[in-house]
Design a protein. Structure first.
Ligand SMILES: NC(=O)c1ccc[n+]([C@@H]2O[C@H](COP(=O)([O-])OP(=O)(O)OC[C@H]3O[C@@H](n4cnc5c(N)ncnc54)[C@H](O)[C@@H]3O)[C@@H](O)[C@H]2O)c1
Ligand SMILES: O=P(O)(O)OC[C@@H](O)[C@@H](O)[C@H](O)[C@H](O)CO
Length: 401
């Protein structure tokens, strides 16, 4: 959407495993509909910035694109779990990026900007570190080329974009007359913040509202703690009370009160000025409550083992260092324990975590798998265990959603 602001640029898009989406996009000449759903009537825009779409398995094409000096920027949206480096170094997104950079280095070594768009603190640094680990056994000349020519840009992407539902295609076609098989539904709000260098230039994304800043840390903290932290809380507590979407969960008295309590706790440790945080929080409640967006909690519940450490634990640690034990992080951890015990778990560490969650002394063992220091916090572990019982009782008394 931001790239449509600069018709000089186009996107060669690659999926990871999905072969259907590139096929559909190719049939549609790369066009897709952005369906904006808020509390009023839906609106639609056609996005024309994808020049080509390829399945991730099209390795020859991928290497040729990455080798080309016409390619100046590589963005990645691969989920938090996508930054893991496999023990044998193969088959991951990081491995594919490394192969692409190798091809680029061999083809003359034009510089490039890598722009991760996933919800991770310091996502540019996370990518730099993951690539560094994957490249540990590479030729030293290639490794120093990476250091000197690859720029790692930090970003914060803020726009609630749930998985597309069937009726979204119907609504999109009614609004545009274009029979789109790959529409994307989103909220009207959008914010994209970036910090870093683009050695070969970039699209003028600022013309569509992107903001380039020197330091992202405070914005990142605000977004990851207040928005994604609350989403994580709702994704684990909501389903224990019969809620299936974010808007349902923030209308239910128990998760609604916990969300407010989480925001009170997290804002005590956030760096931006209080008025800014209060405004963001107020807007968030409106965004979460929007009836236009049906954001499934199951989608948000995936990958808790990488999300909880980034969104919940920094605040919990800051509170524990002041001898406080706030309710909302305890509720999130208890909800996660119930999730691991009772539900279909989508997480790269699912086997290990599900087995720990079903063992004796589960709370201590699951929490220590997240952070070894938590294993010694008896007060926290007891509170999480008690909260599991509390949530189960609350479920029995829960109003229907
Ligand atoms: N959807 C949103 O509201 C939103 C907003 C801001 C940021 N984000 C970020 O974008 C990410 C993707 O969200 P989405 O809604 O597009 O999800 P999605 O499930 O629609 O897409 C995830 C993509 O990541 C790929 N992927 C999954 N696991 C991978 C792995 N291990 N290695 C490489 N690729 C992998 C999938 O193939 C898919 O193409 C989120 O994890 C989040 O960090 C999402
Ligand atoms: O998989 P996650 O938790 O990183 O993402 C799910 C949502 O919390 C997330 O996509 C938000 O909607 C998004 O971050 C809003 O900007």
């Amino acid at each position: 959407m931001y790239t449509t602001a600069d018709p000089e640029w186009g996107i060669a898009a690659y999926t990871f495993r999905n072969t259907e989406l590139p096929r559909l996009l190719t049939e549609q000449d790369g066009l897709y509909t952005l369906l904006l759903r808020g509390n009023g009537a839906p609106r639609a825009e056609i996005v024309d910035s994808i020049s080509r779409a390829h399945p991730g398995g099209d390795t020859g094409r991928w290497l040729a694109d990455l080798a080309s000096p016409d390619v100046a920027v590589l963005t990645l949206t691969i989920t938090e779990a996508g930054y893991r480096v496999a023990a044998d170094g193969t088959g991951t997104a990081i491995d594919r990026v490394l192969a692409g950079l190798r091809a680029r280095h061999r083809a003359g070594g034009a510089p490039i900007a890598l722009v991760p768009c996933d919800n991770l603190p310091g996502n540019g640094g996370v990518l730099r570190e993951a690539l560094g680990r994957a490249a540990a056994n590479e030729d030293p000349g290639f490794r120093s080329w990476i250091e000197e020519n690859v720029s790692f840009v930090d970003t914060v992407v803020d726009r609630i974009t749930p998985a597309t539902a069937e009726d979204d295609s119907v609504t999109a076609a009614e609004l545009t007359g274009f029979d789109d098989h790959a529409p994307v539904v989103t909220e009207p709000f959008n914010e994209w913040l970036l910090a870093g260098d683009f050695p070969l230039g970039r699209p003028s994304w600022e013309h569509a509202g992107a903001r380039f800043v020197d330091d992202l840390a405070a914005y990142e903290q605000r977004k990851l703690w207040l928005l994604n932290g609350a989403h994580t809380l709702l994704a684990y507590v909501g389903p224990t009370l019969g809620c299936t979407t974010v808007d349902e969960a923030v209308r239910h008295p128990v998760p609604a009160a916990l969300t407010e309590s989480w925001w009170d706790t997290a804002t005590r440790h956030a760096s931006l000025p209080a008025e800014d945080l209060a405004g963001y929080r107020e807007r968030l409640l409106r965004r979460f409550s929007s009836r236009g967006i049906r954001h499934n909690l199951v989608q948000i519940a995936a990958g808790g083992s990488s999300k909880i450490p980034a969104r919940i634990l920094p605040v919990l640690r800051a509170e524990r260092s002041r001898q406080r034990l706030p309710e909302a992080p305890v509720a999130t951890l208890a909800g996660w324990l119930i999730h691991l015990r009772d539900r279909q778990v989508d997480d790269p560490r699912a086997d290990e975590l599900v087995s720990l969650a079903r063992s004796d002394d589960a709370a201590r063992r699951v929490l220590s798998a997240l952070d070894a220091d938590l294993a010694d916090d008896r007060e926290l572990i007891t509170a999480v265990d008690d909260y599991v019982d509390h949530l189960r009782h609350a479920a029995d008394r829960s109003p229907s959603t």
